[in-house]
Design a binder for this molecule. Sequence first.
Ligand SMILES: *Cc1c(COP(=O)(O)O)cnc(C)c1O
Length: 462
Amino acid sequence: MRYISTRGKGNPQTFEQVLLTGLAPDGGLYVPESLPQVSVERMLAWKALSYPQLALEIAQLFIGDEIPTAALQTIIEDSYKDFDHPDVAPLVELDDGEYILELFHGPTLAFKDFALQVLGRLLDYVLKKNQQRVVILGATSGDTGSAALEGCRHSDHVDIFILHPYQRVSDVQRKQMTTVPGSNVFNLAVEGNFDDCQRLVKAAFADQSFLPAGRQLVAVNSINWARILMQIVYYFSAALKLGAPEKAVSFSVPTGNFGDIYAGYLAKCMGLPVDRLIVATNKNDILHRFIGNNEYSVTGLSKTYSPSMDILVSSNFERYLFDLFERDGDRLAEFMHAFGKQTLHVSEAQWQQVRSVFDSASVDDETTCEVIARVKAENDMLLDPHTAVGVQSARLCREKSAAPIITLATAHPAKFSDAVTAAGLPVPELPPHMQDLFEREERYQVVPAELQAITGYITENL
Ligand SMILES: *Cc1c(COP(=O)(O)O)cnc(C)c1O
């Protein structure tokens, strides 16, 4: 399997090359040159597999023989062995035709563990083989940071620097990042918002001359292809449990960067019978405006109860647009260069294509809290605010789906207690392994939103 850039330049890359980088040199994102197709027979056989076994099958479709099966199997088994549910990604019924896919049973209580536990181990494997040392640099709106630190902290081959927007992540999120021990682990609180953090990371990747010779930056944001890859697995896992490949299902996905739902789109393209993909957004609704009105434009950032979706621009959307532009990198590059300066539209035919797959909704904070309270009262289930946005979006788009809708529960409610208490409910308890979180010692550095402050800090601490 080879990977190409969405902006159409450069030579195809191997999985390993793509794993060890961020954006492509032309500014695009890497995508597989072609998507593997999964037959009905194969899906039927997959029904009998455990979660790690299924993950291995799917990962191999994209990694090929670049990593030997036995090594990949160990990486994947180790990645999911600390999840606190035997099913890893349990599917539970919420109501008639409504299901919840619980993706918060990993070490940091958010779905990002699914990919980052594997990514950390993949990096370690490859770097050890190459006798190489790298610098991981990432921006987080909260959950990526802790999941990346958890996934990578045991590696002897990385130094990891995570930027989060100062005072804009929840207390639990901050504590989860800043209490991770290790002399190769660094947290930077940037005086700005998440998009400032992303911009700074992008700028550092674009000019890596500040690094000592032989070092390079590696991305752990959802632009890293390996993350997308490992997220495809739970779409197959959930749909197979609900009757695929014979029956179709729909998914409602709380989305910020379009990473999670893009994996669902890939699962559909690979042959999984997915009826509708519902893009569930909060007040930061760039994707909802595009899908609903064919308007692609940046507005102001809103701070919400679902902070992991507080973004202005969804970086992974470019991967989908690449397909929408019939994989014409030059045309997409033109579109992306015009973006940000004006409101963009796609052709009517393209827009209809978008709407043949995706629905969308935008859910405000007030409704989010109402849904948390209602679902607790009616179904005795406590949702985190991101999941509540997903459940409400599923309900708003219910009529458009002929199939049952699975909402991805992207985080544990204890991570976002502000929304839960605003819904009039008591503060949810942290799971046992995190009960002492608030007593652990924090380490982080507050820095201005300036590139030199970031690169200077990195070189001082390598
Ligand atoms: C990261 C995150 C999201 C958004 O995921 P994307 O891949 O950026 O779309 C939603 N919910 C939670 C809890 C998250 O941590």
